[in-house]
Design a protein around this ligand. Structure first.
Ligand code: GLN
Ligand code: ZN
Length: 760
């Protein structure tokens, strides 16, 4: 018997980020859209062939996108918000929705479940006329068929589409289901015309998030309805990143053909599989979102386990999710001790194929047996790697004498006030200042060996001099060094810590044409020497005002990396935290009085299932507290988070117990601050008053309005004034007037506050 194989979806940005380059040239009006399309066709063809050559049976089409698949779905359904409806050109409209166009603001973008991929959030309204445009779906199918590949068509399922949508009137988005289901049905009718029979994979990852009472009753009805569209269509409903047992039970009782399940991140998918005995089970056993090679033995065991409930011929070997979340291929990586333990998208395709072969065969050959044997090993068991183990880390963690700071906020704040002597409403920034072309050039010259480290340091110092002088001049109260030495807030620390590996080409799509290259944590994490003390001390030597130490927190470093999977994430977070606590101690020793530990990615690590949240919160919180544990009571600890919706997580934020928390509120509106008032949050807060995503510098009057609005909710004695986030993506011409106005507005309000308190 030959077991079949399926790939959920393949990366589309290109081995050398060809799509990114084509898109950006088009946006810069350097090339026409025809050229972007030509580039896209080349990429699609290459990836279909590659999967076909690897022997994959179910290869996706419509996994491709020029920007985002949710946006494609909006285009397909004509779910176009009114402000874009007047744009006649289809492509122009599409990109305007994603990126704004001067007149109309871009649509909101947010994270795709717990990944670092961002999708465009649909905005639905009652007056929308949903209408089918099947062109993209059908043309990609034909394109693949022309080169001999009959694809399965990927489409975002109607329930996930709605679950992720917002509505103009704030009502429940499922009220539009009866309007979009007929459009989906029409789509299936169009697809049915393409071939004798066609497989359609509906992605329904919304099923893994504790499906709501509003959604559960809709699952069966929707898929019964869709399955009735045409006898030529075989429907697969796929979920990933967690289990979807509630939905699976319901789907079993509909005429769909197959169910795609993630057995790696959704262990509970093994439960109750019996009900699916009449369905094909697309078995996600090759990790689509981490970069470690497959343990063939463990995967085969999983397949055997599934085979207890499902006949073997109905098991299809697959990836746990789309390979969109994996880098392209290892073949472009230089040799390294860890390389043989990695698998990127191309290698994962091979793994799926190999697993199916192994699972098919009744008696394994000697070569096959040794392949399986070999894949069991990890870095830890490889005596040649010598890379992973650091007993000192384990020892120290076992014997920690201090796991959090001393004193309560009330006790610490007295000491800090005395020492820092800051005015009411102290002003500060979040850390980074504009990354100038000169700085980028210096960094790249230094990396290429064109300039020496001494030459590079001169550039960094020049930047710090200028940055500090500017902050002095405008009169900010707590200064920063501007982070000129950092390209990225995780990469910078990863490069200085042991246990991290950096890939050369491990790009993963983050949003639109943007890609990130997450570091790989492969070993025990430790800090060979101080990482930031030199720069902060230098900056401090240039001013009498307090200079903030600036670190990236343990949870953020973890959440933005590919993490080893031979120990728990909690354990890795603890190791990073220990290394950071050494840095905090060294900064403090060097005389730094305020240290900010950024946790920009704290929230995105939250598990998808409610029942797992408590555990995450506990270890994430412990990691943060350990990282700052070395700070004595008079040392003020700040943290920063790039969002302001703390509903549901406020207790955890409170327990992090940072003396001050800076957050994003300029963009998202003041009403989100209410939660701090309702929970009687005790520590200091710096609600953002400057939207750093906009090039515009707000006027003094606008800043005043923003600050006054915050003061309606927050206690003036505990409020800071600062931008939403770091300023590295802006330029100096934008930042200078903005910060000047922010400080000036604060000064006027401060005077009013003092006058009132004089009188009372
Ligand atoms: N300190 C960092 C900066 O200012 C924080 C960035 C972030 O929160 N994403 O760039
Ligand atoms: Zn931020």
């Amino acid at each position: 018997m030959t077991i079949k194989t399926l790939i959920n979806g393949f990366p589309r940005i290109g081995e050398n980020r060809e799509l990114k380059k084509a898109l950006e040239n088009y946006w810069a009006h350097k090339v026409s859209f025809d050229e972007v399309e030509a580039a896209a066709r080349v990429l699609r063809k290459k990836y279909w062939r590659l999967q076909k050559d690897a022997g994959i049976d179910f290869i996706s089409s419509n996994d491709f996108s020029f920007y985002d698949n949710m946006l494609d779905t909006m285009a397909m359904l004509n779910a176009v918000p009114e402000r874009f409806a007047g744009i006649a050109d289809k492509n122009e409209r599409y990109f305007a929705m994603a990126r704004g166009n001067g007149k109309a603001a871009a649509m909101e973008m947010t994270k795709w479940f717990n990944t670092n991929y961002h999708f465009i959030v649909p905005e639905l309204s009652d007056d929308m006329v949903f209408q089918l445009d099947p062109a993209k779906v059908t043309s990609e199918y034909r394109e693949a068929r022309d080169i001999g590949v009959r694809t399965k068509i990927n489409i975002i399922g109607p329930l996930t589409f709605l679950a992720l949508s917002k509505t103009k009137d704030g009502g429940d988005s499922f009220k539009y289901l009866h309007k979009i289901t007929p459009v989906y049905k029409r789509l299936l009718e169009e697809i049915a015309k393409l071939d004798e029979f066609v497989y359609v994979q509906f992605d329904e990852p919304a099923f893994v998030k504790n499906p709501s009472d509003a959604m559960l009753p809709l699952i069966q009805a929707t898929y019964r309805e869709l399955a009735s569209a045409s006898g030529r269509i075989k429907i697969i409903v796929t979920s990933y990143f967690e289990h979807s047992t509630e939905a699976t039970k319901l789907l079993c009782d509909t005429p769909i053909w197959g169910v795609g399940l993630d057995f790696l991140y959704g262990k509970r998918n093994f439960e109750g599989l019996e009900c699916a005995a009449s369905k094909y089970i697309i078995t996600g056993v090759v990790d689509g979102r981490n970069i470690w090679r497959n343990d063939l033995c463990a995967s085969l065991e999983m397949l055997e386990r599934i085979n207890k409930a499902i006949p073997k011929e109905q098991i299809i070997v697959s990836t746990s999710c789309s390979l969109l979340h994996s880098p392209y291929s290892l073949k472009n990586e230089p040799e390294s001790a860890i390389k043989k333990y990695l698998a990127f998208a191309c290698e994962k395709v091979e793994e799926v194929s190999l697993l199916a072969r192994l699972f098919s065969s009744d008696s394994l050959s000697e070569t096959e047996k040794s392949l399986i044997e070999e894949s069991k090993g990890n870095l830890l068991s490889d005596p040649n790697s010598g890379l992973i183990k650091n007993n000192r880390v384990e020892d120290r963690l076992a014997k920690l004498s201090r796991t959090s700071r001393k004193g309560t906020y009330a006790e610490r704040s007295v000491l800090q006030k005395e020492r820092l002597n800051l005015p009411v409403l102290p002003t500060t920034t979040i850390g980074s200042f504009p990354q100038t072309p000169a700085l980028r050039k210096a960094r790249s010259d230094y990396r290429k060996g064109v300039i020496s480290s001494a030459g590079y340091e001169i550039e960094i110092k020049k930047y710090i001099d200028h940055c500090v002088a500017f902050q002095e001049e405008v009169g900010l109260d707590v200064l920063v060094h501007g982070e000129p030495e950092r390209n990225d807030m995780v990469e910078y620390f990863g490069e200085l810590l042991e246990g991290f590996h950096f890939t050369k080409n491990g790009w993963v799509q983050s949003y639109g044409s943007r890609c990130v290259k997450p570091p790989v944590i492969f070993g025990d994490v430790s800090r060979p020497e101080p990482m930031t003390v030199k720069w902060i001390s230098y900056a401090q030597s240039k001013t009498k005002k307090p200079m903030k130490g600036m670190l990236t927190g343990p949870v953020t470093i973890l959440n933005w990396s590919f993490v080893r999977n031979d120990i728990t994430r909690a354990e890795v977070a603890r190791q990073i935290a220990l290394a950071l606590s050494d840095e905090v101690a060294d900064l403090q020793k060097a005389g730094v009085t305020i240290i900010q530990v950024d946790e920009a990615a704290f929230r995105e690590g939250y598990p998808l299932r409610k029942e797992n949240i408590g555990e995450y919160e506990q270890w994430a919180l412990e990691a943060f507290r350990l990282a700052v544990s070395a700070a004595d009571m008079p040392t003020q600890i700040h943290t920063h988070m790039c969002y302001s919706d703390f509903n549901g997580i406020i207790k955890t934020i409170e327990a992090m117990d940072a003396d001050a928390l800076t957050i994003e509120t300029a963009r998202s509106g003041n009403k989100l601050l209410k939660v701090f008032k309702e929970t009687a949050y005790q520590n200091e807060i710096g609600p953002g008053v400057y939207d750093i995503h906009s090039p515009r510098a707000p006027s003094v009057a606008e800043f005043r309005e923003q600050i006054m609005a915050r003061l309606e909710t927050l206690d003036k004695k505990k409020m800071w004034v600062n931008p939403d986030c770091g300023l590295k993506t802006r330029n100096w011409e934008e930042v200078k007037p903005a910060l000047r106005n922010m400080v000036e507005a604060t000064a006027t309000i401060r005077k009013e506050i003092l006058r009132v308190s004089d009188m009372s």
